[in-house]
Design a protein around this ligand. Sequence first.
Ligand SMILES: [Zn+2]
Length: 83
Amino acid sequence: MRNQKSKRKELFTVDLSRIEGNGDFKCPKCSTKISPDDMTEESFTILDTIMKKGQIDRIVLKCNACGIQINLTGFKLLTNSGW
Ligand SMILES: [Zn+2]
């Protein structure tokens, strides 16, 4: 059994400017749908929101289904991301 779980956190980056729609995307690892309209935080948890000059620069969130951290970027190019 070589498949031991690494304790290093996996970090994925999702660029919203490459995604069509209002900010919905799928977890890069487990494909759980992550949507800014989901306020229950059942599928994800927002860990951090980084603001720059009064605008969201990036959001760090955790997929609750598989536990990875996702760096959401690309807000600058979006006026209506829903986030
Ligand atoms: Zn996931």
